[in-house]
Design a protein around this ligand. Structure first.
Ligand SMILES: Nc1ncnc2c1ncn2[C@@H]1O[C@H](COP(=O)(O)OP(=O)(O)OP(=O)(O)O)[C@@H](O)[C@H]1O
Ligand code: SF4
Ligand SMILES: [Mg+2]
Length: 389
């Protein structure tokens, strides 16, 4: 059954360029008022000017607080939404404005795993029906071939193929997410957008699903956009991590680099919330509490969107530039791209040292890259960062 769906370059032929290349992607949701005469009164600027690329076989983690636009970015990339602006190139083909049959064929190669395995599975369909539905939609294989493929998929994700006759309520949360994964795999996708696939699961089950996703990636050469609100989740599975704040990407770096040397003040704050395994170090660390809530994406702050909550800006005496000039994502050493006018001031700061704990040089468990040389950074008992008033 493995040959019933064509996708990607022929076996043995390396794909040129990234599998996914996104430039200045923007997704606004219009806000209307009035019952008889609807007026356009504004937009929810969920995603604005997002650029990223993912190599074939790579995992890009996308992380940020609730409401920052992660899901919208993922859904727009796989063209569940029609982008407001920007460009999406998938495997060398511009799919930004694709419609009809060409879009349907492209979507086959891009699948999504959803956050909530309780809500995302149709309670009236059997597990087998759910897993096989994409094959039916895309009219792939004969009825017998589809049945065999569903059995194969259930066993690939570690479920007894006999369970195909059961309904979602008969499964545990972890098993339901396995069904969601099997369904995403059904049409042999190249790219999977995993939108917080483990956040609704018990901690004990989360590692199993992560391990399953990693095994499937190695087995089928999958490329992942892995969305999470928690850095501690994405850093274990990601090759690179992109950090989002209020619709924009503020930092991108290789996973290990980002964990050992965060250069955007927002990334430092996120990392300061992730516990380190050493209790002695953990006792001396202070979390950076960001002031206030995330501003509304309907009317985001001018200049740097993070300026209303930025600890570095306050440390630097509130420079005007943060309010008037939007910082572009600019390349810095170590493969970082950072959208902060003053990112160099973060490097070596007490906040950065506190946030990374002992990760630098000894973080074998953190990130996917092999541990490099470097001594463990001692964490000096620096005073806590006082949250700005
Ligand atoms: N269909 C929609 N119509 C209008 N606004 C939307 C729509 N989908 C999302 N939004 C808004 O866009 C913004 C980004 O939402 P999104 O769901 O992408 O964030 P998120 O980072 O995935 O959050 P979470 O971590 O809670 O899942 C939010 O303000 C949200 O209310
Ligand atoms: S540009 Fe200014 S407000 Fe924005 S992150 Fe950098 S220091 Fe903070
Ligand atoms: Mg979301």
């Amino acid at each position: 059954m493995t040959a019933i769906v064509a996708g990607g370059p022929p076996a043995g032929v390396p794909a040129a360029g990234p599998l996914l290349d996104v430039t200045d992607l923007t997704m606004f949701f219009p806000i209307s008022q009035g019952i008889v005469f609807e007026r356009h009164v504004g937009d929810v600027r969920a995603v604005e000017g997002v650029s990223l690329s993912i190599r074939r076989g790579e995992t890009l983690g996308l992380v940020g607080e609730s409401g920052c636009g992660k899901s919208t970015a993922g859904r727009t990339i796989i063209r569940l939404y029609r982008p407001t602006a920007g460009r999406i190139v998938f495997d060398g083909v511009d799919i930004t404005r694709l419609e009809g049959e060409p879009l349907r064929l492209t979507r086959r190669r891009m699948q999504m795993i959803f956050q909530d395995p309780y809500a995302s599975l149709n309670p009236r369909m059997t597990a087998g029906g759910i897993v096989g539905e994409p094959l039916d939609i895309h009219e792939i294989g004969t009825r017998q071939e589809r049945r065999e493929r569903v059995h194969e998929l259930l066993s690939i994700v570690g479920l007894d193929p006999e369970y195909g006759a059961r309904y979602p309520h008969e499964f545990s949360g972890g098993q339901r997410q396995r069904i969601g994964v099997a369904r995403a795999l059904a049409v042999h996708p190249d790219l999977i957008v995993a939108d917080e696939p483990i956040s609704a699961l018990d901690v004990s089950i989360q590692a199993q699903i992560i391990n399953l996703l990693e095994r499937l990636q190695a087995q089928f050469g999958l490329t992942y956009l892995f969305i999470a609100h928690d850095l501690s989740v994405v850093r274990h599975i990601s090759d690179r991590i992109a950090v989002m704040y209020l619709g924009r990407i503020v930092e991108v770096a290789p996973s290990r680099e980002l964990n050992e040397r965060p250069l955007h003040p927002y990334t430092v704050a996120l990392l300061s919330a992730v516990p380190v395994p050493d209790p002695a170090v953990e006792a001396r660390r202070r979390r950076i509490i960001l002031r206030g809530d995330v501003p509304s994406p309907v009317n985001p702050p001018a200049g740097c969107r993070f300026h209303t909550r930025c600890w570095l800006r306050e440390r630097l005496g509130n420079p005007e530039e943060c309010v008037t000039v939007e910082p572009p994502l600019r390349p810095l050493a170590g493969g970082h791209e950072v959208a902060c006018h003053f990112a160099e001031k973060v490097d070596g700061s007490s906040e950065q040292v506190q946030a990374i704990g002992t990760r630098r040089g000894v973080g074998q468990a953190d990130g996917r890259q092999a541990a490099g040389a470097g001594a463990a950074a001692a964490v000096p008992p620096v005073p806590p960062t006082s949250p700005p008033a």
